[in-house]
Ligand binder design. Sequence first.
Ligand SMILES: [Cu+2]
Length: 290
Amino acid sequence: MGVQLPRRSGVSRARLALAVGMGAGVLTLAGCSSETQDAWKRVAMPEPGTEEGIRILDFWVNSWIAAMATGVVVWALMFWVVWRYRRRHEDEVPVQTRYNLPLEIFYTIAPIIMVLVFFAQTVRLQTDLNELSDSPDHTVEVVGQQWSWTFNYVDEPVADGMNVYESGTGSYIPTLVLPVDETVRFRLVSPDVIHSFWITGFLYKRDVIPGRVNEFEVTPNRVGEFKGKCAELCGSYHSRMLFDVQVVSREDYDAYLQDQIDAGFVSESPVTGNKITTEQAGLEDEGGTE
Ligand SMILES: [Cu+2]
């Protein structure tokens, strides 16, 4: 003779399933590598490589915390209302509420306040990040050309009006070398179309626009390797506009510049307007989205 299960067993089973599900979730997260866990803590952002990047990351994470807190409150209210005021009997229609003025004023004003706070914080951070110091430790003129990059170390002259440079082509990925803990100003110029200078680990990018000079400053704060790319569709070989970034000690930086001089990578300074032709870059000109 079978044992009659009490009626509550359905609820108990649901609770058990929930507990098992949550346990599995916790175990899955615990099984992640520390790298993945760190990525979770940064809400999928790369680990910042500059002092400015740390502030950008803070803003990103705090924005997500604020958004999640808002979400949790809204979801909780929604589920509570759905549960609390559900239809309890076949022939009964739950109380219908409409035109609740205080409620409507609240859910109009609250989001406006939230948007204003986000906006003010964004403007504040952006203003700080775009501020230029009177005398940065280094200036690098970055030329974004179809379809690679040229880095001119304009404040490390080798002779009158000359500077060390590094230039990429469609088949050669150039490297930008920066000294750690020293402020560097990027001067961005383009001889052809709009590009966008983006070092992913610096959590910041800026358009490179023909006919104008865009500038920003960063202070790399740890030795390491980073990836750079063009973040603006600029033609047929846009995807080849990659570059490597090495943040090194001051000694290694000086040694790098000397190596470039020895190898003959010295040109007139600045080289703005010296467009590398598609023939030189070893690419066929197929026009492009300009
Ligand atoms: Cu580009």
